[in-house]
Write a protein that binds this ligand. Structure first.
Ligand SMILES: Cc1cc2nc3c(=O)[nH]c(=O)nc-3n(C[C@H](O)[C@H](O)[C@H](O)COP(=O)(O)OP(=O)(O)OC[C@H]3O[C@@H](n4cnc5c(N)ncnc54)[C@H](O)[C@@H]3O)c2cc1C
Length: 352
């Protein structure tokens, strides 16, 4: 059974390569984008790479129909893409051409004697289910959750779906050679690099697109890729107090996020700042939570965070119990002290 990977951006490439290798070979990758991305994927141990050059002013979506007919001709058993806007557009078109079901929010895959075992989030991300499919099947991989489950999986141990952990040694001559050093992987150990696959250039005519309006996002930063996030919740008393949160975010060089009351109920922050089952899934190195209680609908979106620091006046709230570090107290007293401490530390560092 052959596997096809659809890649249109750098982020999530390592997770996609690892997931594809758990399903089986041959793995063919269609890269819609620049040559550098295609070359990185080719060095990641796949069987072949077909690059569809994309014009700067043409969105990935415009290439979906062309990519679908390209992939459908090969009749793959499984097709994977990341669960983002471009990935979903490509995957949906391919699934329609293959008349294959689409499974979203996938966190783990594995090849079994009965087909492809797929683990995915259900019930708004509060639970997971694992089922086996015969294929053909189209899978949208949730990169943030996948990263979180890989972090939680001990080196070399089977993960929830029986796939190998992120940096476990694999058998087979043509498994990805850069498992540890894959394009955006975080793993330090690298296996012996294998020769890169050949990149075949394939011209696909995009649908014609007319740009009617081009506006910047509500905030520049993308929460999904942020390495530091300061998240604020209902513990904030007034919209004007967001200035205090912004000062801490500046001192930490962090993005600002929030819980649902602040975005959806009070409208103090735009909805693209919401984290949780309804909002974004994030995977920062540092997640600072101010005045957020830690209900599962919020924490489900932060499973990929490496270190969680909670500030809350309630010593019994879930976040205080579950965070890596917790400060019990009034955020209005603690945040200024944190900012002062960071400025002092920054000043010391500059002086050295
Ligand atoms: C279907 C569904 C989907 C949902 N999706 C999401 C989602 O995606 N994201 C999300 O966030 N929520 C979501 N929710 C809402 C979620 O259930 C919670 O209601 C919400 O997360 C609570 O937000 P909060 O922690 O900011 O507020 P609260 O639960 O009211 O907590 C406020 C916290 O602030 C603390 N606090 C108060 N004053 C201070 C102070 N001065 N200093 C320090 N701490 C203080 C309190 O001790 C408390 O812990 C969803 C709910 C449903 C039903």
């Amino acid at each position: 059974m052959s596997t096809y990977l659809l890649i249109s951006r750098h982020r999530g490439t390592a997770e996609l390569l690892r997931a594809a290798s758990a399903i089986g070979e041959p793995i063919t990758t269609v890269v819609v984008g620049d040559r550098a991305l295609a070359d990185e994927v080719a060095a990641g141990g796949v069987t072949g790479v077909r690059r569809v050059p994309r014009a700067d002013d043409t969105p990935v979506e415009a290439y979906a129909a062309g990519v679908a007919s390209l992939v459908a001709r090969a009749e793959p058993g499984a097709v994977l893409a990341s669960d983002d806007a471009g990935g979903r557009a490509l995957l949906g078109a391919v699934a329609a051409a293959l008349v294959a079901p689409v499974l979203a929010e996938v966190t783990a895959v594995a090849r079994t004697a009965h087909g492809i075992s797929v683990t995915r989030a259900v019930a708004g991300g509060i639970a997971t289910e694992t089922r086996t499919f015969a294929g053909p099947i189209a899978l949208a991989l949730d990169v943030s959750r996948r990263r979180a489950s890989e972090r939680a999986t001990p080196r070399g141990a089977p993960d929830a779906a029986g796939a190998l952990g992120s940096d476990a040694p694999r058998s087979g001559a043509s498994q990805p050679g850069r498992v540890g050093g894959a394009p955006d992987g975080n793993d330090a150990a690298a296996t012996t690099p294998e020769p890169a696959a050949t990149v075949e250039e394939v011209a696909v005519t995009p649908l014609s697109v007319t740009v009617l309006d081009d506006r910047p996002a509500e905030r520049d930063g993308d929460l999904a890729t942020a390495s530091r996030i300061v998240a604020v919740g209902r513990g904030l008393r007034a919209k004007d107090d967001l200035g205090l949160i912004a000062d801490l975010a500046d001192a930490l060089d962090a993005e600002i996020a929030c819980s649902q009351p602040l975005s959806d109920w009070l409208g103090w922050l735009p909805s693209d700042r919401l984290v949780g089952v309804t909002g974004r899934h994030v995977a920062p190195d540092l997640y600072v939570v101010l005045g957020i209680s830690g209900q599962p609908q919020h924490t489900e979106g932060t499973r990929g965070a490496s270190t969680v620091v909670a500030v809350n006046s309630d010593p019994d709230c879930p976040y205080v119990r579950e965070a890596d570090y917790a400060v019990v107290g009034d955020l209005y007293a603690i945040v200024p002290e944190l900012i002062a401490a960071l400025e002092t530390a920054g000043g010391r560092a500059r002086a050295r």
